[in-house]
Design a binder for this molecule. Structure first.
Ligand code: NAP
Length: 279
């Protein structure tokens, strides 16, 4: 079999776990392929894409800050990525570039592992309205949870998400003050999609915990630290917690599948990343 090269384009990338995760998965499946991370400045993205095409790089992931700007360099973008407005996975088929977004599906796979079929009956609050929120909201709306409310510091972005999600579950925007004061207790699942709690802001929390009811679940897209302060404080109150490691591994596994037509063992990938993070 011909060895292929896969890549990550982002900036910064030196702490990315993706090379380790994908290279170990290639090894386990006896595939001769390799994955390498490239630090690409925003104004060099076009040149980087052209270089990857010339070199015949078979596919790549795209991370911050290129998930939106990559779209203008692609030949085709699937419907879901178009809706989300961001691409994290590119497949290079003989010079034609196809973009998709595996963040949402990776998150849903990981959440279902935790909740099982109960997810269908959940009332969900999404905190934040950036790219990750758009991906997560799109898949949860398509999956058909009971209710979805999006709240965000910038209300207009929460409103914008409600317009892109027109699948099974309607998505409602809600002002932050209203959500915090009155509504928090009625949600079964609260998802932090903001970067609050991530280094360097590890002592901050994205949403007050006082009104979150016992028996609810909180989910944080952040996986470094593995347990944010928000998750730790909620856990102390008897609330079930779910971190972003499963999403990270899940989106990687779905990208891998698009490149080589094999879904790798997600649990093994998780163990590799966890060992590296010291978890
Ligand atoms: P983004 O597009 O920049 O969105 C950031 C969101 O956070 C926005 O809603 C923003 O609100 C909010 N925010 C940032 N600082 C805030 C503050 N001080 N107070 C209130 N709200 C604040 O980023 P993204 O790509 O969606 O990523 C968001 C998080 O998800 C990051 O922590 C990222 O690491 C994580 N993520 C994890 C995975 C995974 O695989 N586990 C995948 C993707 C993303 P405004 O709209 O008001 O600015």
């Amino acid at each position: 079999m011909t060895a292929k090269l896969f890549a990550l384009l982002g900036s910064p990338v030196e702490h990315s776990m993706s090379p380790l995760m994908h290279n170990r998965a290639f090894n386990r499946l006896n595939l001769p392929h390799r994955y390498h991370a490239f630090d690409v400045e925003p104004d060099k993205l076009g040149e980087a894409v052209e270089s990857l095409k010339v070199l015949g790089v078979a596919g790549w992931n795209v991370t911050v800050p290129h998930k939106v700007s990559i779209m203008e360099h692609l030949d085709e973008i699937d419907e879901e990525a178009e809706k989300i407005g961001a691409v994290n996975t590119v497949v290079n088929e003989n010079g034609r570039l196809f973009g998709s977004n595996t963040d949402g599906q990776g998150y849903l796979d990981s959440l279902l592992d935790e909740t099982g079929p109960a997810l269908k009956e959940m009332r969900v609050l999404i905190i934040g309205a950036g790219g990750a929120a758009r991906a997560v909201t799109t898949v949860l709306s398509r999956f058909g949870v009971k209710e979805i409310v999006v709240t965000n510091r910038t209300y207009e972005k929460a409103e914008a998400i409600s317009h892109i999600c027109t699948s099974n579950t309607e998505v409602k925007p809600m002002k932050r003050e209203e959500t915090e004061a009155e509504a928090a207790s009625r949600f079964d699942l609260l998802i932090n999609t903001t970067s609050i709690g991530m280094s360097p802001r590890i002592d901050d929390m994205p949403f007050p915990i006082e009104n979150i009811r016992e028996g609810a679940m909180v989910s944080d897209l952040i996986y470094n630290p593995l347990k944010t302060k928000w998750l730790r404080e909620c856990e102390k109150r008897g609330v079930a917690i779910h971190n972003g490691l499963g999403m990270f591994v899940g989106q990687g596994a779905r990208s891998f599948e698009r490149w080589v037509n094999v879904l790798p063992d997600v649990q093994e990938m998780k163990r590799d990343v966890l060992a590296q993070l010291g978890g």
